[in-house]
Design a protein around this ligand. Sequence first.
Ligand code: NAD
Length: 522
Amino acid sequence: MLSFRLQQLRLLACNSLNKSHRNIIRSVASGTYNVTTPLNFIGGQRVETEESLSIIDVIEPATGKVMCQMHECGATDVNNAVNAAKQAQLEWGKLSGFERGKILSKSSVLLKQKQEEIARMEVYDTGKPIQEARVDVQTAIDSIEYFSGIASTLCGQHFSLPNGSFGYTRREPLGVVAAIGAWNYPIQIAAWKAAPALATGNAVVCKPSQFTPLTAVALAEVFIEGGLPSGLFNVVQGAGETGNHLTRHPDVAKVTFTGSIETGSKVMQNCAADIRHVTLELGGKSPLILFGDCDITNAVNGALMANFLSQGQVCSNGTRVFIQDDIYDEVVTMLVERTLGIKHGDPHHEHTKMGAMMNEEHAHKVMGFIERAKKEGAEVLCGGELVQMEDPVLRGGSYISPCIIKTGPSDSMEISREELFGPVMNVYSFKTEDEVIRRANDSKYGLASGVFTKDIQRAHRVAASMQAGSCYINNYNIFPIEMPFGGYKKSGLGRENGTVTVDYFTQLKTVYVEMNDVECSL
Ligand code: NAD
């Protein structure tokens, strides 16, 4: 059982909304969880930290209240987790894929049964609206279910060689995989890394972000209930130093990392030092192109989906929205109207569409980008303000009203080039296809891209031209589990999801079989 105690439960009628804040949803249930059990999970159980590097206050974003004080794991705890994983992997790696798949399949069913409970926990951890948190848990379920099926399909190739000799290849696990995650999609990131790693016969040591420690441990308990042997999925809590110990541990065979470019580079350097496998899922500043012939209602919906989910804290967000000049005024008017209507407030409320920023520090970072953009001459068309929620329960949270910014003809402003990771959409006008392709690709990032048009040839031409790991045609920010996801340029290395993921969690052995006497020329 997940042992979290809801300290406060507040009920409020929607009709008490203040008219001047008609889009601000007041508190339904944002009290504070009191976390009473250890958050590390090693060798099949929750365990206290043995070597505490520091104590971290875990804050509930919606209220700003402290949910617990968490000890940051030192080298001893990391070592314990890696050792547990190493031992467990020896037997797990020998099972057939079908046997591993059955355990993962059962785990996905159990996770489905706990979807609401874990989604609520995710809201406490991240401040994102409950409707989105439910989808996040569903994407975790999908991943575990998908890779439970993939497990039994692992196979190699057969080669016929002269005179009856032959060869074959085997897909073998790597060993212990370190999975390090960002704070915006904690359960999804943990599952998207654990499911393919476990399906292919590896063991996992997961380090979630220090800001969002709750749901990776919940996932660990689900795996145990599903029959996963102890030690195969471990969780160590902590920040950079814990991550550093993990990525430098000699028994870690691979690191799968999701986070910023800066940290990704450090992780890669640690991996390079020991020639360790690494995949990186990093940041983005993705372009979304709306051509004059598009279905405008769909394009506006797509642009909103591309910018304001999870308070804009989504790596793949299409924050640079290029709109062809003949529809620019109409689209921008619709975007501003729809953005002003986004319901903002208590993330536990069923009608809330935008919740709290991750924490005060991050909210001020995003506000800094907005303030500097204004000084550079950008025009704020709506939002972009720190909102003080009326409800006293929510007063300690950091809320930024969803924002649309017009930067003028230049693409060189900081706000056009850097990832803000907040609810800020930039709008630009363009004239021609060649011009917009050049401007869209003028970025160090290359995570995602999107195009809205009814011209099928143009749609595919633009998709082929985008220097990005994904391109959405006439939609945005959807992630079917069977489709690979990952970045070009500085947005990352490797892919998650889809069958291609198997290659990133296995190594290939080639076996030569001689059927004749050895001919020796010596
Ligand atoms: P971050 O880089 O600050 O932290 C990510 C993780 O790395 C955390 O768990 C952190 O504790 C850990 N860490 C920090 N220093 C470390 C070190 N020296 N060694 C090992 N681990 C270390 O990123 P964040 O602020 O948590 O997340 C936001 C970033 O993540 C954004 O840039 C966003 O675009 C990106 N992101 C990318 C994807 C993707 O799939 N491409 C998905 C989600 C988030």
